[in-house]
Design a binder for this molecule. Structure first.
Ligand code: HEC
Length: 198
């Protein structure tokens, strides 16, 4: 004996299948982002840059957040603009940071053995990377040099530049092309705070 719901359910599934509305489970067929069709991402340098910035999670640290139902989400008005200048970090117990790394709620500031670091402004504004050459950007992203100045200081954690040394020239070019196309957000990110001084 079939369950009384079985036949209607089967019919409904068949109908859905016939209309092509059953979602594909093949990842190759799924769109790479919600923003642009795959062909565009592959062909358009700026779209590819946006795709890479999305999947590499640059905004996890570089975008200020607003509170959503499940916690902080990127603020669409301040995407990639870095740790907001003038915002007050909440107090923390310094003994905790001997064994833990602390992320501020919006993930733009982090406390660890290196002190407190603040995610940079990556927008096209002059306070971001708007005045940077592609070479400077490359030296920062793949070389880990602050402001792209070789021989200056190395970028602090949690900026994961060591992993980004494996990016190809074409990917760095695409990321730079996208970032200099972003909406300019004026924001002078504070310098890092050395350990033991806050
Ligand atoms: C896990 C957090 C995190 C992620 C992910 C991250 N960054 Fe960063 N980034 C930082 C922090 C923090 C700094 C500041 C480090 C410092 O002051 O030394 C930084 C610094 C930078 C700088 C140097 C800015 C300057 O003024 O010298 C560039 C360029 C940069 N990030 C680009 C990127 C890009 C592009 C991505 C994605 C491909 C990315 N970051 C992903 C945290 C992150």
């Amino acid at each position: 004996m079939h369950h009384p719901l079985f036949l209607p359910l089967l019919l409904a599934l068949l109908l859905l299948g016939a209309c092509g509305q059953v979602p594909s489970t093949d990842p190759a067929e799924a769109p790479a982002t919600g923003n642009a069709p795959e062909a565009e991402i592959l062909e358009d340098v700026q779209e590819r840059g946006r795709y890479l910035v999305t999947v590499l999670g640059c905004g996890d640290c570089h975008s200020p957040k607003v509170m959503g139902p499940q916690g902080p989400v990127p603020d669409p008005d301040r995407l990639l603009s870095g740790h907001p200048a003038g915002s007050q970090l909440p107090p923390y117990d310094a003994t905790t940071t001997t064994g833990w790394v602390l992320f501020a709620m919006d993930q733009t500031a982090t406390v660890g053995p290196w002190g407190t670091s603040f995610a940079a402004n990556l927008t096209s504004d002059a306070t971001g990377i708007g005045l940077w050459t592609e070479e400077m950007f490359d030296k920062a992203l793949r070389g880990g040099w602050y402001k792209g100045i070789e021989g200056g200081r190395r970028l602090l954690p949690p900026m994961p530049w060591q992993g980004y040394t494996s990016l190809t020239d074409a990917d760095v070019h695409a990321i730079y092309t996208y970032l200099v196309s972003t909406a300019a957000v004026e924001n002078v990110v504070p310098p890092p705070i050395p350990p033991g001084t806050n």
